[in-house]
Design a protein around this ligand. Structure first.
Ligand code: NAD
Length: 215
């Protein structure tokens, strides 16, 4: 499974979103052409991404939306609820704790942690902020696998180490630094500046082709 390109996993999430919209609109069958067009990739790319996981659909007839959606949910591990913690309850942590859409997904916010005594004990959304000292016991008791990392850059590695030691297996990191974790723990960075830098590449007008070498 680790040989699957990360870009493919990212596109599976997009295909799932498209299939969910289709199902909600009453569409029952689709094709790699149609799926690719909505997901902004080629039909070949759709077929190649899905082929990593087996055979889906029928040549000529395409895919049954409900079946492919169910398979993608299984592949992505979305057939069970996931318990999530927030590490760092400043501005961003508090905004995530207040985000109402978690209630409608597979992800359940189960705990929030901070090192600041002024924040610990505060009620935010449905959570009461707890001290990092109880992280290992809370993670074990509430069966928490995933965490948002929302601490300042300078605290990010120490907070990651604490999450790993407590048994967290996946970290969505908002800290603008690269943190390291053992192989069995997956860290996914959410880097807003990197996103803006990708945007400026497209928006500022550099020609696609390299300029001819002088002389
Ligand atoms: P913040 O300073 O408001 O909050 C950080 C919180 O982390 C504080 O409550 C602090 O006490 C806590 N903390 C510090 N060390 C900790 C530790 N070891 N364990 C647990 N908690 C700890 O910061 P913020 O604005 O919420 O941003 C959080 C992170 O997200 C930063 O790395 C920031 O660069 C990044 N980020 C923020 C935004 C945003 O819009 N606020 C956007 C993108 C990325």
């Amino acid at each position: 499974m680790s040989s699957i390109p990360a870009a493919t996993v990212g596109r599976l999430v997009t295909y799932l979103r498209v299939l969910t919209d289709m199902e909600q609109s009453g569409v029952r069958a689709t094709s790699s052409d149609e799926l690719g067009a909505v997901a902004h990739v080629s039909a070949f790319q759709v077929r190649k991404d899905l082929a990593y996981f087996g055979r889906f659909g029928t040549r000529g007839a395409g895919y049954t939306v409900a079946t492919l959606r169910r398979e993608l949910r299984r592949i992505l591990g979305l057939t069970r609820p996931w318990h999530v913690a927030i590490m760092g309850m400043g501005r961003l942590g508090q905004a995530l704790a207040d985000y109402p859409n978690f209630d409608r997904s597979e992800f359940r916010l189960e705990a929030a942690f901070d090192v600041d005594p002024a924040v610990v004990g505060r009620r935010i959304g449905d959570l009461t902020v707890e001290p990092v000292s109880v992280l290992p016991s809370v993670v074990a008791e509430r069966d928490i696998d995933l965490a948002f990392l929302t601490v300042p850059a300078g605290a990010a590695q120490a907070a990651t180490d604490a999450l790993v030691a407590a048994g967290i297996r996946g970290i969505l990191s908002f800290a603008p630094v690269l943190v390291t974790a053992p192989d069995h723990v997956r860290v996914e960075p959410v880097d807003l500046s990197a996103g803006l830098q990708r945007l400026t590449y497209y928006v500022h007008g550099t020609p696609d082709t390299p300029s001819p070498s002088p002389g």
